[in-house]
Write a protein that binds this ligand. Structure first.
Ligand SMILES: Nc1ncnc2c1ncn2[C@@H]1O[C@H](COP(=O)(O)OP(=O)(O)O)[C@@H](O)[C@H]1O
Ligand SMILES: [Mg+2]
Length: 232
């Protein structure tokens, strides 16, 4: 299978400090390939650059050197329309489920925001909302609540629902279950596996939990001091 999304020799230098700028190399010549229907696991200690690599692959941060290739094209060379398509096709779901939703908006409004963004006619919102809730295994009665009024696992499902509405090909899952109780973790992981089977999604699964990565991924990589190595 051909890779749909690639990091090619990606390096990232973060600047730290206001006056005495210190440069810190977070990623050094990292190359990684993602395919549809497959999961790549990404492990590494806290601060090893996992989230940074995920954001770069999703087009949310720019690499200092190297490139991100989506469907054979360098994303820095895409026209505005192609870049928008890429940004929709590659979704990132963040670590903190509650924090990734607007705390002052009801779940329904958070979902409607996405429907409005992708220009779904208003008369279809109700049906589309119920559809996506069913896909991620949530019930309708949660719609009127705010993120703090539902559980961590439910928030994670809402975040996933919002990402799925964009019909992505690749989802970058940044520690998708580390904030959840063990029993809920298994439910969310099984949901992710089913979605992958039904939609052919490619996943980059970032996690520091070896058992989670082993359950989900066909191939596992480890980031250490900015360098990526394959794990056996
Ligand atoms: N926007 C930023 N500006 C400066 N330094 C950053 C920024 N984002 C992350 N870093 C630093 O880069 C390193 C890697 O961070 P991160 O990618 O979040 O690691 P991980 O997800 O593996 O815990 C950390 O030392 C972090 O402090
Ligand atoms: Mg992180």
């Amino acid at each position: 299978m051909l890779a749909i999304l690639k990091a090619a020799q990606v390096s990232k230098i973060h600047e730290q400090g206001l006056i005495f700028k210190k440069q810190r190399r977070v990623l050094a010549n990292v190359s990684l390939e993602l395919e549809e229907g497959r999961t790549i696991g990404l492990m590494g200690n806290s601060g090893s650059g996992k989230t940074t690599l995920g954001k770069i692959l999703a087009g949310l941060e720019k690499p200092s050197a190297g490139s991100v290739i989506y469907q054979g094209k360098d994303i820095s060379r895409l026209c505005a329309k192609e870049f928008l398509e890429f940004r929709r096709a590659v979704q990132m779901v963040f670590q903190d489920p509650e924090g990734s939703l607007n705390p002052r908006k009801s779940i329904e409004r958070s979902i409607h925001d996405v429907l409005s963004l992708i220009k779904i006619p208003k008369r279809e919102w109700k049906e589309r909302t119920l559809d996506i809730l069913e896909t991620v295994g949530l019930s309708e009665e949660l719609l009127c609540r705010n993120p703090c009024q539902i559980s961590g696992g439910q928030n994670q499902r809402v975040a996933l629902a919002r990402a799925l509405l964009l019909n992505p090909k690749v989802v970058i899952l940044d520690e998708p279950t580390s904030a959840l109780d063990i029993s809920v973790q298994a439910q969310v992981l099984n949901l992710l596996k089913n979605l992958q089977k039904n939609r052919g999604l490619g996943y980059l699964l970032i996690s520091h939990q070896p058992e989670v990565v082993r359950f989900m991924a066909q191939e596992v990589f480890v980031l250490n001091n900015g360098c990526l190595t394959k794990s056996n």
